[in-house]
Design a protein around this ligand. Structure first.
Ligand code: 8YV
Length: 332
């Protein structure tokens, strides 16, 4: 029997591609070309599976043009690049890579929040420019992290891991807003308190965004929300571009409405709003929150496990470990 064909849409660890070759005819992308939609559709012709990342949009049009596709396995926990209802309607299994990146992403979110509050990159640029000629009592003065109020918008796995760092490591008071409240047993060890969104905005000294992107969360933080925050507060986004209105944020930072922002994700990335690039009080990183070697390997291996199982191979044949549309199993 011939092996099913799959597309690995971006460059990824060679050992993961080699593992996929044990089960599939693999078209990989060692030059790491970013495919346009027509190129993606062309490459997906005759493919039963796709190993994707956040840079490939798998929408209804792509699915309609690739009727042989049976599995889309995203190497990311976020899957806003995949139209899940359209996949389900066509019987295409969709998977993501939860859990394996939680702690690494939380480390980075906390680091970005600290760098933002304590003005690490801004002061480094000053030093590198040769402007450090003397000490001054108010040089790069900023807010404290320890003991401050940590506000978390979106209290899933990563939000809870950031809360744990803040509460247990830095003596922070943790408040959060999420559609569903955590069970008391999960709130208690963190001393975490559920609040409505307005209270979160009003009380947080350091607000960290960790919610998934959806039509509902689009511009969850815009001019109106920024206006409710404390003037000395910081905002950190390690979730998705589009949750923050970047133009409104740039304006708020320029006006001193909030003290500073730390951003790992952007609307329309890899483009960054030009106004953000010009501001001193914003720490900018290129969507690297999950980028530890061990975690990126684990994400790639999990995406491969999902693809192998989704296409009926390996020990979990037919039961991918992180299936987003389990209703397809029930339908079989
Ligand atoms: C990925 C991410 O690196 O997992 C996610 O949702 O945002 C990152 O960890 C990125 O999406 C590439 O697929």
């Amino acid at each position: 029997m011939s092996k099913p064909s799959v597309l690995v849409a971006r460059a990824v660890f060679p050992e993961v591609v080699a593992r996929l070759r044990e089960h599939f005819e693999v078209e990989d992308n060692p030059t790491d070309t970013i495919y346009s939609k027509p190129q993606l559709i062309e490459r997906l012709q005759g493919k039963a599976g796709a190993f994707t990342t956040g840079s490939e949009r798998i929408d209804a049009e792509v699915l309609a043009a690739c009727p042989q596709l049976r599995a889309v396995c995203n190497m990311a926990v976020g899957f806003n690049n995949v139209d899940l209802p359209a996949c389900t309607a066509r019987g295409v299994m969709a998977t993501n890579t939860p859990d394996v990146l939680t702690e690494t992403t939380a480390d980075f979110g906390f680091a970005l929040m600290m760098a933002t509050a304590r003005r690490i990159t801004e002061s480094e640029r000053f030093l590198r420019r040769g402007e450090w000629t003397r000490w001054a009592y108010d040089m790069f003065i900023g807010p404290d992290v320890h003991g401050a109020t940590l506000g978390i918008l979106g209290m899933g796995r990563i939000g809870q891991a950031i809360a744990r760092r803040g509460a247990l490591g830095f003596g922070m008071k943790v408040i959060y807003h999420n559609r569903s409240r955590l069970p008391a047993g999960q709130e208690a060890p963190l001393g975490a308190r559920w609040v409505d969104k307005a209270t979160l905005l009003r009380e947080a000294d350091h607000l960290v965004l960790v919610l998934p992107y959806s039509a509902e969360s689009h511009h969850a933080i815009g001019a109106a929300e920024l206006a409710q925050m404390k003037p000395g507060a910081t905002l950190t986004n390690v979730a998705r571009g589009g949750i923050v209105d970047d133009a409104a944020l740039a304006q708020a930072l320029r006006d001193g409405r909030i003290a500073a922002a730390g951003l790992d994700v952007f609307e329309g990335e890899p483009s960054v709003h030009p106004a953000l690039l010009e501001l001193p009080n914003v720490v900018l990183t290129p969507h690297i929150a999950s980028a530890s070697l061990a975690t990126r390997r684990a994400m790639a291996e999990l995406a491969a496990d999902n693809l192998i199982a989704a296409l009926g191979c390996g020990p979990r044949a037919g039961r991918p470990p992180s299936l987003l549309n389990p209703e397809l199993l029930a339908a079989r």
